[in-house]
Design a protein around this ligand. Structure first.
Ligand SMILES: [Zn+2]
Length: 630
């Protein structure tokens, strides 16, 4: 299971201690620190794989067997292997981390020279984290010294009292060259460790000096709560460094992944299925204190693809469940530019993206100071979809009272609508854009189609899904078909009438089609009373061998719901089932419309467009029903 050479390294820690660590470790808890897990039935759990990019969860954890395995990319192992892969730790580091967690004291095998292994042979990560923990204590104590008055005043002016400063571990880097360095050296940290950790740096003279001086500090923590770096705010006018300084890239601090506040916010992010992205340390503090507990910020870098990856796994953002990501920007030009840049990112982010812009150009910290906690919560509640924001931003630049202005605004806005990844939403935005511009739908529609066809990148203009291609077994559509059949077999009294009302044509997987037909042949689910007799009737009515086997399987497979199924669950499941085929039909229709010349085939074009609008109405109704269960 492990790379070569590991057995030799593992020899440093006693084998019985490693076994004890495995035994005392809850694999589900360890993995839950970075991946949100939900029940997969049979006591197993699943989530989005951290080792490959995926939209529906194929990453499985079996707490009973103490293992994890990804059906998507084939990665797998135990808790130790998970930390090695997910956190890039060595075997020894992973065992040490788990031992800390379980409160176990590890014993190291003594070597031939009979000297006990000392701290320097512990894993590097643990040493760097320990150095940071000691630095946090040091800086925190400095915050109450006389020299730190400007730092305390900075916090107070922004509405943070002593309790808030303590909750976030704020500290002060004193006006000295090497106070921290000396302090940590005395505690046994080596020259190399302090440089590698980014806490110290070599001066020209060759001696070691502190990285941060005369600054207010925020410890930056990873998902598990370990401090891995610092953010440092300039306090003095004669400090000619940048306003904010951060820890440089180190083995444990990767700025493209780091999100400030994630350790405090992660549980609420997973629970609420949403995250608020703000711009700075004080904004995170202000949001949390104001009750927006899902706020995080990037540290010294723009929000990027790796941040999205971290958040998606927490949000459990899948095709079936859309996590919500809300960016806050102050209303100035820079903020707007950042929001529009985020529009590009949105194409990679499956969930829904929103923008919250403060009307008074204040950031959350200023807003809380000026108008209180409620105003911060309102700011987030008033979010608008990113697409709406971007369209408004473009349209506002033109004079819509003139024909030229309207046409130019339409030309500029059409590519944005054409870029919307979720194709089903485009007609909605075509109508909205036409309304905002005060134009007819038809020319706007044409401008969007032109912009879409001129777009070489991304998806092909005509989606390949034009027909009932057999889906893979665990595609979302296939899963929901399975669930509907399970309801009909296991709960015919509850689900029967609704099940029978959904047409057989809604099922795509050939074996599911066979089982659906067998249920109808057996008299329909509504007429059944359930139990073993009903299952036998369906099996007998099934003339497909694979279908007969599947009936037995579906009769016992647990439903994907905790607790007893109710009418609402049946409604949601069947709505999701039809949603798949309706969106498939919408896609087919749209590709057909794209291939028609609206000038020479005007009648057909408008007939299809009308059909599309009514299908979309149907889809919206289904989406509302389906959302009832999410
Ligand atoms: Zn995977």
């Amino acid at each position: 299971m492990y790379a070569e050479g590991v057995a030799e390294m593992a020899g440093r820690i006693r084998d019985e201690d490693i076994a004890l660590v495995r035994e005392r470790t809850s694999i589900a808890e360890v993995i839950s620190d970075t991946v949100t897990l939900k029940s997969a039935g049979g006591g197993n759990l699943k989530g989005l794989c951290p080792f490959h990019d995926e939209k529906s969860p194929s990453f499985n954890v079996s707490p009973a067997r103490n293992v994890w395995y990804c059906f998507g990319c084939g990665a797998g192992g135990d808790a130790i292997k998970f930390l090695m892969d997910a956190e890039h730790l060595s075997f020894v580091e992973s065992v040490e981390r788990l031992a800390d967690r379980a409160g176990l004291q590890l014993r190291y095998v003594e070597d031939d020279r009979s000297a006990p292994r000392n701290r320097s042979q512990q894993g590097q990560r643990q040493r760097l984290v320990a150095a940071h923990a000691a630095a946090v204590d040091f800086y925190r104590a400095q915050l109450s010294t006389a020299g730190a008055r400007p730092a305390r005043e900075f916090l107070a002016r922004r509405g943070f009292d002593r309790a808030a400063a303590e909750r976030y571990g704020c500290g002060f880097a004193p006006d000295a060259w090497d106070l921290l360095t000396k302090h940590l050296r005395q505690q046994g940290f080596t020259h190399d460790e302090l440089v590698t950790a980014g806490l110290s740096r070599p001066a020209r003279s060759g001696s070691l000096i502190d990285r941060f001086r005369r600054r207010l500090l925020w410890p930056i923590r990873d998902l598990t709560g370990d401090v891995i770096g610092f953010g440092a705010r300039k306090l003095f006018d004669d400090d000619d460094g940048p306003k904010y300084l951060n820890t440089p890239e180190t083995p444990i601090y990767k700025k493209s992944h780091v999100l400030y506040g994630i350790d405090q916010a992660k549980r609420e992010i997973a629970k609420q299925g949403k995250v608020v992205v703000v711009e700075g340390y004080t904004d995170v503090m202000a949001c949390h204190l104001a009750g927006v507990s899902t706020a995080v910020a990037t540290c010294g870098t723009a929000f990027g693809a790796d941040h999205i990856g971290v958040l998606r796994r927490l949000l459990l953002d899948t095709d079936a469940v859309a996590g919500e990501i809300i960016f806050t920007f102050d209303g100035d030009a820079a903020g707007q530019k950042a929001a529009l840049r985020a529009f590009e990112d949105d194409q990679r982010f499956v969930g829904r993206t929103f923008i919250a812009v403060s009307p008074d150009n204040m950031d959350p910290c200023e807003l809380r100071l000026a108008k209180g906690d409620l105003a911060v919560r309102d700011l987030v509640a008033r979010r608008e979809p990113l697409v709406d924001f971007a369209l408004r931003h473009v349209i506002n630049r033109y004079d819509l009272d003139t024909v030229d202005g309207r046409v130019e605004a339409m030309r500029r806005a059409a590519p944005l609508v054409a870029k919307i990844k979720d194709r089903e939403k485009r007609p909605e935005y075509v109508r909205k854009l036409a309304g905002d511009l005060g134009m007819e739908i038809e020319p706007v529609q044409r401008a969007v189609l032109t912009a879409a066809s001129g777009q070489p990148a991304g998806e092909p203009a005509a989606p390949a899904r034009s027909g009932p291609a057999a889906p893979t077994v665990d595609s979302p559509q296939s899963m929901v078909e399975r669930e509907a059949l399970k309801l009909a077999l296991q709960e015919p009294v509850l689900a029967g009438p609704m099940f029978d009302a959904v047409e057989a044509g809604e099922y795509r997987h050939p074996v599911h089609v066979a089982v659906r037909a067998a249920i109808a042949t057996a008299g329909g689910a509504a007429a059944a009373t359930g139990g073993a007799v009903w299952i036998e009737q369906v099996r007998d009515a099934c003339d497909d061998l694979a279908g007969q086997a599947l009936v037995g399987e579906l009769a016992v497979e647990p439903l994907r719901i905790d607790g007893e199924p109710d009418p609402r669950y049946v409604t949601v499941t069947l709505a999701q089932l039809q949603w798949g085929s309706v969106t498939g039909r919408i896609k087919d229709l749209k590709s057909k419309i794209q291939r028609i010349n609206p000038v020479s085939n005007k009648d057909e074009y408008f007939a299809l467009f009308g059909e599309l609008l009514s299908l979309e109405q149907h889809a919206r109704a289904l989406r509302e029903q389906a959302a009832g269960g999410l």
